[in-house]
Design a protein around this ligand. Structure first.
Ligand code: NDP
Ligand code: PHD
Length: 333
């Protein structure tokens, strides 16, 4: 890989694409050029990067000639249609959708956890994991190193921006309608999201779990290299604009100790401890919004299972759960 690659963002006008541009700029990512790609609707739009105005271009199969790294974030359908042709044109594709995550020949990478996996990408595609999975694993991986992870029971509290720009609009519009005494309209979510919580993220599967819930199981196993890991997850949409929170009970091979568990976060990249509940210190979504680090709090011994801890992990899913993680993968190449 060139030391100053030519980089493209596919889905550059979206919630994650915008954040990718911001992360490249903030991290002073060494690049020769940045190409912004989106649908025909956005072609011609101007977006700034490092003080310059860049013009968004329409995504086509010819978009990747001469591009070294393409950060894809325009949904699974676009990734399936354009990802393989970009990869065979010699471009390294870092894909933020769920399209390729479980392909055994495509690495699924969280740079703080399994950075070595980027070296084995025979299809020139590297997948970025699901946002809730990344945030949960940022909290769990240091504990796994200390105690040996066996099983997870988790509930997520997922922000509306996880559904892209339309999710944000739906919450704002419903709040305004309710304040004005008007009926709410449902477009994105199956039930009212304002002043409510919805125990459904993504479609239900035959076993009663949603697709989003099964990502924590399947992607968690692949990233940690733990084929036997057991996971039961309930994903819930909450009326929060940004940052996902996850309540986790994790069972380990070895006996656990709360002070030793807290110590595992000292000097860890990308995750910090914020845990002094008796003084009101624990992370909330507003603490991580727009920030790189995930935060962990409420660590305690679980009262039901042996060798088990409870923890609460919060992270900005647009940033560490998507854009930042993808840019960090690009930095490893
Ligand atoms: N939002 C989040 O927190 C997270 C999102 N993701 C994933 O990231 C991806 C993007 O999500 P998000 O940014 O939220 O979505 P948005 O709806 O905010 O943005 C979608 C982007 O895709 C582009 N796009 C849509 N159709 C086409 C097309 N036919 N050709 C080219 N570009 C197209 C849009 O361009 P245009 O503006 O021209 O329509 C826009 O740039 C999805 O795969 C999502 O699952 C993953 C983790 C977290
Ligand atoms: N489904 C997540 C965001 C997302 O897009 O996930 P994935 O990349 O796994 O499709 C949410 O709604 O919060």
């Amino acid at each position: 890989m060139s030391e100053t690659p030519k980089v493209a963002i596919v889905g550059a006008t979206g919630a994650v694409g915008e954040e990718m541009r911001l992360c490249l700029e903030e991290r002073d990512f060494p690049l020769e050029s940045l190409t912004l790609l989106a649908s025909a609707r956005s072609a011609g739009k101007k977006l700034s990067f490092r003080g310059e105005e860049l013009t968004v271009k329409e995504l086509t199969h010819d978009s990747f000639e001469g591009i070294d790294i393409a950060l894809f974030s325009a949904g699974g359908g676009i990734s399936l249609t354009f990802g393989p042709s970009a990869a065979s044109a010699g471009c390294m594709v870092i894909d933020n959708s769920s399209a390729f995550r479980m392909d055994p020949e495509i690495p699924l990478v969280v740079p703080e956890i399994n950075p070595e996996a980027v070296k084995n990408a025979p299809k020139n595609i590297i997948a970025n994991p699901n946002c809730s999975t990344i945030i949960a694993l940022m909290g769990l991986a240091p504990l796994h190193e200390a105690f040996g992870l066996r099983s997870i029971i988790a509930s997520t509290y997922q922000a509306v921006s996880g559904s892209g720009a339309q999710g944000i609009v739906e919450l704002e519009e419903q709040m305004k309608a309710l304040a004005a005494g008007q009926p709410v309209e449902l477009k994105v979510y199956p039930r009212q999201i304002a002043f409510n919580v919805i125990p459904q993220v993504d479609a239900f599967t035959d076993n009663g779990y949603t697709k989003e819930e099964l990502k924590m199981l399947n992607e968690g196993r692949k990233i940690l290299g733990l084929d036997e890991l057991k996971v039961s997850c309930t994903c819930v949409r909450v009326p929060v604009f940004r940052s996902h929170s996850i309540s986790i009970t994790a069972q380990f091979e070895k006996p656990v100790d709360v002070e030793a568990a807290k110590a595992v976060y000292e000097n860890r990249a990308g995750v910090k401890l914020m845990d002094d509940p008796s003084n009101g210190v624990f992370p909330v979504p507003l603490d991580t919004t727009g920030k790189d680090d995930c935060l962990v709090g409420r660590i305690r011994k679980n009262l039901v299972f042996s060798n088990a801890l409870d923890l609460w992990v919060v992270g900005d899913q647009v940033r560490k759960g998507a854009a930042l993680n993808a840019v960090q993968i690009a930095e490893l190449l």
